[in-house]
Design a protein around this ligand. Structure first.
Ligand code: DAT
Ligand code: MG
Length: 142
């Protein structure tokens, strides 16, 4: 079954949107495989956002994602990678359709409240960055 990595960003936690966002994910029918609140270190932020190194918004992106606790999760379901991206809406909330998470809860691209993996390769990489096999219930017996 397909899995993806999702994260409620610091402004989502700060604004009290954890319940609303998780509720949408659960009502859609995706299974929450693992979930935790953590403070992202600059090292983890740099690895997570490696593809954006050198872009004009990179420093702001790193300082923002490390500015407060986030809620990280692994979601499972058929087509969940693309499905969550559809539920999130466009990267820039001003382009995100009403009914999407970013369309309904955000105004600025730098504070777009949720991250979701953009491909199977990103999902596998990001899940492994944030969760141990034990946290995913994948420890070997014995
Ligand atoms: P997404 O989060 O939709 O996958 P992305 O991977 O292109 O988008 O960018 C990662 C994050 O970086 C995005 O959620 C918000 C920030 N970002 C992207 N483009 C930006 C821009 N032009 N100005 C400021 N922040 C930006
Ligand atoms: Mg992305």
């Amino acid at each position: 079954m397909e899995r993806t990595f999702a994260m409620i960003k610091p402004e989502g936690v700060e604004r009290g949107l954890i319940g609303a966002i998780i509720s949408r994910i659960e009502l859609k029918g995706y299974r929450i495989v693992a979930l935790k609140m953590l403070r992202i270190t600059p090292e983890l932020a740099a690895r997570h956002y490696a593809e954006h190194q050198g872009k004009p918004f990179y420093q702001e992106l790193i300082s923002h994602i490390t500015s407060g606790p986030v809620v990280a999760m692994v979601l499972e379901g058929p087509g969940v990678i693309a499905g969550l991206r559809q539920m999130m809406g466009a990267t820039n909330p001003k382009d995100a359709a009403p009914g999407t998470i970013r369309g309904d809860y955000a105004l600025e691209v730098g504070k777009n409240v949720i991250h979701g993996s953009d491909s199977p390769a990103s999902a596998a990489r990001e899940i492994a960055l944030f969760f141990t096999p034990g946290e995913l219930g994948e420890e070997q017996a014995g």
